[in-house]
Design a protein around this ligand. Structure first.
Ligand code: BGP
Length: 460
């Protein structure tokens, strides 16, 4: 049994669901402008039309029994020029969204920023430019002031680790190595400023980071492979959480930065900020596990376009992803590893001793809408069920998991694969090219999850 106050919910992001990209004063974000590697991938102009249909979506989620919904706020709608003027139309819209959630007794968990930096800021260097940190601080202060009476639980920056490592896939451009780690540092400073501002401005407010964490396995017991995994764990996982929770740059990450010639620009006043502002909880996104080995001579491959999930990770002289022969893969080549979630949670608990919300977890799949508007997604139920069992085991072993908000509440435009890769508990009737009716249809997984929430048990 899960505790009766367990926060059952689901997750979304703004740019993947809202559409309405030219309405109510929104300016373009890097998601609106990024070149699509595959013209078959839907753009975000309409997405799932959630901007117009949020009431219907919230109602459906309430009928499922959801007690929480994670959404993100789009910086480009709230402060279209990135830095100054607050758009009152947008403020009014999101106040209505939160009011609707309140009517249905759904608690919002709000991500301040989910991959959608204002293009005007990107044009000035984006996260490599320290001025973006100041712009972000100004933006989150606006959020806390405008919505702090409606939203108590905040998440800072969605998956900064994956955003930087999978830059080409997510943002449409490559950082140089030096730029990537200056952006890392600036993002981490921005996050600390959000912790500070939330605690100053939101009465009783709680805030946490939201990285994508999955423990990296070594491909063998060969010492070089163990070291490759240790390095990639620092680069992909611990570097981010150590900064947030321990207020330091992880030593293995530091060694890696030294070896690769990175020279970080750090301001003298940062130390005070970094060591005095900490999260109240951790938001953790988990989909898959990663296995790496030390790249042997002759195994070199270009640092290609990688989504950083499963086996396509590679960095010359450090680590190389490989197929884990013990795990199955989904339709999109991501390994499925529920036990990996338990291990990851227990290691996070061991390192950081913080309450945890699972803020993303889910299965991207090709779903089929039957003529009578059903979606028989038993594969998604199997995925969610096995991961929930794993969470339950971790809780038995002392991990303080407070809630589960799988990805995604409704179908949305996948970052890497467009509309064909669906994650939702609720089907949205559109395809990559054809907007169709945009009607909503609950999937079998919706009804299964409804039962889980009702009984507080995975095996109902
Ligand atoms: C996470 C992102 C989400 C979501 C998910 C699935 O990295 O936070 O925005 O997209 O991954 O990824 P994809 O859509 O590429 O399958």
């Amino acid at each position: 049994m899960f505790p009766s106050n367990f926060l059952w919910g689901a997750s979304l992001s703004a740019h993947q669901t809202e559409g309405a990209v030219n309405e109510d004063g929104k300016s373009p974000s890097v998601q609106d402008t990024r070149p699509r590697s595959n013209s078959q991938i839907a753009d975000f102009t309409v997405a799932s039309d959630h901007y117009h249909r949020y009431r219907e979506d919230i109602k459906l989620l309430a009928q499922m029994g959801a007690k929480a919904l994670r959404i993100s706020l789009p910086w480009t709608r709230i402060i279209p020029d990135g830095v100054s003027e607050v758009n009152q139309k947008a403020v009014a819209h999101y106040r209505n969204v939160f009011q609707t959630m309140q009517e249905y007794q759904i608690q919002p968990l709000v991500t301040t920023y989910h991959f959608d930096l204002p293009q005007v800021l990107q044009d000035q260097g984006g996260w490599t430019n320290r001025a973006t940190v100041d712009a972000y601080e100004n933006y989150v202060r606006v959020l806390f002031q405008e919505f702090g009476d409606q939203v108590s639980h905040w998440l800072t920056i969605n998956e900064p680790n994956i955003m930087l490592l999978a830059d080409q896939k997510i943002l449409g451009f490559h950082y140089t190595h030096q730029e990537r780690y200056q952006a890392f540092y600036n993002l981490m400073i921005a996050e600390k400023k959000a912790f500070q501002a939330c605690h100053q401005l939101v009465p009783g407010g709680q805030i946490g980071p939201v990285p994508n964490i999955s423990y990296v396995y070594p491909g063998s017991c060969r010492p070089q492979d163990i070291r490759a995994a240790a390095t990639f764990n620092a680069v992909r996982n611990w570097g981010y959480l150590d900064f947030s929770v321990r207020g330091l740059i992880n030593p293995l990450l530091q060694a890696y930065l030294r070896k690769t010639g990175v020279d970080l620009q750090i301001l003298p006043e940062d130390q005070e900020l970094v060591t005095h502002n900490f999260p109240d909880f951790l938001g953790i996104n988990y989909y898959t596990s990663v296995t790496v080995e030390y790249p042997q001579a002759g195994q070199d491959r270009q640092n290609g376009i990688s989504d950083q999930q499963s086996e396509d990770v590679y960095e010359k002289d450090f680590y190389k992803g490989l197929t884990n022969p013990y795990l199955e893969k989904n339709d999109f080549n991501w390994t499925v590893d529920p036990l990996g979630l338990q291990t990851t949670l227990e290691l996070i608990n061991d390192r950081y001793h913080r309450p945890i919300y699972i803020t993303e977890n889910g299965l991207g799949a090709y779903d089929e809408l039957t003529p009578d508007h059903k979606i028989h997604d038993q594969y998604r139920i199997d995925y969610l069920q096995s991961h929930l069992e794993s969470i339950q085991e971790a809780m038995v072993n002392g991990v303080d998991v407070q809630g589960y908000l799988p990805w995604s509440a409704i179908d949305l435009v996948s970052v890497h694969e467009g509309m064909k890769k669906r994650y939702g508990l609720i089907y949205v009737d559109r395809t990559e090219e054809d907007l169709k009716t945009l009607n909503r249809y609950p999937k079998d997984s919706y009804y299964w999850y409804q039962g889980v929430i009702e009984h507080g048990e995975v095996n109902g």
